[in-house]
Structures are given as C-alpha cells and as structure tokens.
Design a protein around this ligand. Structure first.
Ligand SMILES: C[S@@+](CC[C@H](N)C(=O)[O-])C[C@H]1O[C@@H](n2cnc3c(N)ncnc32)[C@H](O)[C@@H]1O
Length: 257
C-alpha cells in the first residue's frame, strides 16, 4: 500500500524518515533504532518461533498484570457507553479481548490481527465461539470497517512494528472507524537510560526469541514527540492525548474533532 499518498496523510509533514525518537531526536537516540525486523514480522521466520513469542507475550501480560491494567484503561475510555463495540487490532493471542469480555457484561468485541496464524489460533480458543465476539483477520492500516462503526479501537504493543507512514495510517484509520483509538505501546526512555536497558537485554537476545523481539521492539518504540508527529501526519483534525511514564507503557488516545 502507498501509505504516504493516501488522502489522510497527503498534506502532512513528511514523516517517512522520521526517527523513532521524534523529529528532534538526539544523535544518541537516533543511533538506538533499527530496521531489523522482529521474528513476528518476518515471513521467513519459523512459525513455531512466532508462536513462542506470542505465548510469551500472553504469559508476561497475565503474570505482570499488564493485561488487567490495559483492560482498565480501555474500559475507562468507554465508561459512558452502555453497550460498547470494541475493535481490537493486532490482538496476537486475544488475552486483552477475553478480559474485556469477562469484565464488561454487554461489550461486543471484534478481535483481529494481520497474521492469519494468530487469527486461526484465537478462533480455536473459547473466543471463537463467544456470543459477543467476532474473530477475523484485519490490517490495522486499512480497516475493513465503516466510518464510526466502533466506539473504541485498541492497538496494544503493536504500533512500533510499523514504520512511520504506516503507523500514521493506523491513527487515521482507527479514528475513522472508531470514536476513539487507544494505543498502548512500549516506552522510549531517554537515550542513556535506554542504552542501559538494552545492555541488560542484549546477552539474552540470541538465545530467547521473546527477548530478541523485545530488543528490536525497544529500538523501534516511538517517543511521545514521535507519536504527536504521527498524529499530525494522520490528519489535521486529529487530537492525541498522551500519558505514560519513562519505563511504564505509553498510553495515547486519538480522536477526531
Ligand atoms: C507484539 S504483538 C502484540 C500482541 C498483543 N496485542 C499483546 O499485547 O500482547 C504485535 C502484534 O501486532 C500484529 N500486527 C503487526 N502489524 C499489524 C498490522 N498492520 N495490522 C494488524 N496487526 C498487526 C502482529 O501480527 C502481532 O500479533
């Protein structure tokens, strides 16, 4: 897809070569990024390795409480909607959608991912037959959904997988198909701290696929200023509200005025 020449991003500042640290990233920060792909994004990677990364993501989300925290954040965004419709993009394992279904008695979930193997794996779980869930393949950069079809779209730990023009397209599409787009992604710490964190992870990267993907994710994470630039590129009528810490996941809520 030609992300840049789509109407939503035509008149935007050129973000195709924007550093992950944002337009004014420091020299050190610019060094802390990579074009290398995670196993999850590589067509040549063994499917068993990809599944191991997805299982590790689900395990860590459940074990360290992120999944519950992300579900609380999502539900707070639709607290005033009686019977919300929620689109999960890049669902991976579907754990977040399962928690949302458990916690909200009437929420309708559309659970999606671009990877057909993940969609098939999610559909083979209880989510495949859940009366309030639909499981299907969808590309977050080109949503097969009507304008305003959903109250909320969520894209968790996934935006960093996409280069800037595609990430801007997700913001344009998410805010078209849903009233709100909630993005939760890895933080990008200030460069010296980032370097320290990477140093603790690097020795394990050749041995553990989850850590390999974690190192690349960290190098590809967008900073708050980069997220602002992506939202500006996505459309002049898009507002983005950023929350998050230096080490805790970043939370961004995008809406159209
Ligand atoms: C790191 S996993 C995150 C999975 C899950 N959301 C979680 O929080 O554990 C990133 C996911 O994004 C998906 N993904 C990557 N590019 C995508 C795209 N263009 N549209 C939809 N999903 C995408 C991948 O297939 C993968 O399942």
């Amino acid at each position: 897809m030609d992300y840049v020449n789509t109407p939503a991003v035509q008149s935007a500042p050129d973000i195709t070569s924007m550093p992950r640290g944002g337009p004014r990233a420091s020299c050190l920060d610019r060094l802390l990024e990579t074009d290398r792909q995670e196993y999850l994004d590589r067509e040549d990677a063994d499917e068993r390795v990809k599944r191991s990364v997805i299982r590790a993501l689900q395990w860590s989300g459940e074990t360290f409480g992120h999944q519950n925290r992300f579900a609380e954040i999502a539900l707070a965004e639709i607290a005033d909607v009686a019977d919300p419709t929620i689109l999960e993009l890049g669902a991976g394992h579907g754990g977040l959608s399962r928690t949302l279904l458990d916690w909200h008695p009437t929420a309708q979930l559309t659970i999606t991912d671009i990877a057909s193997a993940s969609v098939a794996a999610i559909a083979a779980t209880d989510l495949g037959t859940h009366p309030r869930a639909t499981v299907r393949q969808m590309d977050a950069t080109a949503l097969d959904a009507a304008d305003g079809e959903f109250d909320l779209a969520v894209f968790v730990l996934s935006l960093h997988h996409l280069p800037p023009a595609a990430a801007a397209r997700v913001i344009a599409e998410g805010t078209r198909a849903a009233d709100k787009l909630l993005i939760i992604d890895l933080p990008r710490p200030p460069a010296p701290l980032h370097l320290l964190r990477l140093a603790t992870m690097l020795p394990w990267a050749p041995l553990v696929p989850f850590v390999h993907d974690g190192v690349i994710s960290s190098l590809r994470a967008y900073s708050p200023s980069a997220l602002r630039a992506l939202a500006a590129a996505a459309g002049p009528d898009i507002d983005i509200d950023l929350r998050g810490g230096m080490f805790s996941p970043q939370v961004a809520v995008a809406t159209r005025r």
